[in-house]
Ligand binder design. Structure first.
Ligand SMILES: [Zn+2]
Length: 76
């Protein structure tokens, strides 16, 4: 399957814009562990982390943003 950029239910911690993920998941708001992620506005990069399942029907995945970890990758 080919991966595509899809909007993801998370916000950029720098500019507050929407995040999108590079995933082969079929549904918006879903992604797989370690899928690439970026902010649609400023291009901040991250990775998807899958947390524990919750009972609220919410998506347990969230974004780990590069600049907010101890990762020195910079945005060009
Ligand atoms: Zn941003």
């Amino acid at each position: 399957m080919s991966k595509k950029w899809k909007l993801f239910g998370d916000e950029c911690p720098i500019c507050g814009s929407e995040a999108e993920v590079f995933t082969d998941s079929k549904d918006d708001g879903f992604a797989y562990d370690d899928d690439d992620d970026r902010c649609v506005e400023c291009g901040l990069e991250g990775n998807v982390i899958i947390g524990d399942e919750d009972d609220n029907g919410g998506c347990p995945a969230y974004v780990s943003w590069s600049d907010f970890d101890d990762d020195e990758e910079t945005v060009s």
